[in-house]
Design a protein. Sequence first.
Length: 281
Amino acid sequence: MIYVGVTGWGDHDLLYTNPEERKHKLSTYAGHFPTVEVDSSFYAIQPVKNYEKWNHETPDTFQFVVKVSREMSGHDREPKLPLKEVFERYRTSVEPLKQAGKLRAVLVQLPPWFDVSKPHLDYLRTIRAELADYEVAIEFRNPTWFSEAFRDRTLAFLTEQRFINTICDEPQTKESSIPFVPVVTHPSVAVVRLHGRNTAGWLRKPGMTSQEWRHVRCLYRYSEEELQQLADALKKVDEAADDVYVYFNNNSAGDAVPNAKRLIEILGTEYELAPSQISLF
């Protein structure tokens, strides 16, 4: 089955039209979508109490995909703490969702400089060992992994390690992009992330602040034709995996929610959702 959601639940103003909904954003969100990608965990490992709270605010059928922290994914080349300790803290933090059966996968979004090399392959094996009890989705950003020379070997490696190939739709640049590779490498779950196709804003320009970059990086609304094409591709992915989790990350201008809602309509999918106080679409 294909489950559609968006990245995070805090910045989607279309979902929250009154003070009560803004006060209980995740509960309101769960009335619209069956799953969410947790992005805040990338910037800092979240305290256990946050995951306990999020578990209580969502129905039993709700599912989370939770990013690992930037120290774990290699974005911080010199982590402040030993990696063993960082992984242990992460595992402890997400335990409430794992125990509740709501942690569908953890997402490792690798940095652009993480190219094909023996040290990087070894580090992926370290990730697999440290997260042995979890379904782990790997998102590459360096194009070497899916170059003609390495594509088949990359997919074989992901399959061998029981990693989930994170299927990405994103702007295509030479420096920091991978192509759309709708190949399932894990039999039970696939993860798809839709970043938009704003090529001009995808790379951070000199002098641009992080906040400025965030405002343009995923500034894109998928057209009806593009959503129809994505739906066709997702149906094929669904034939190869038990469950497919799709997240729209194109929210620089609030486009993620309407695009996600429309994709659900195109797919003709119905979900068991939390009671929703409003109907927007």
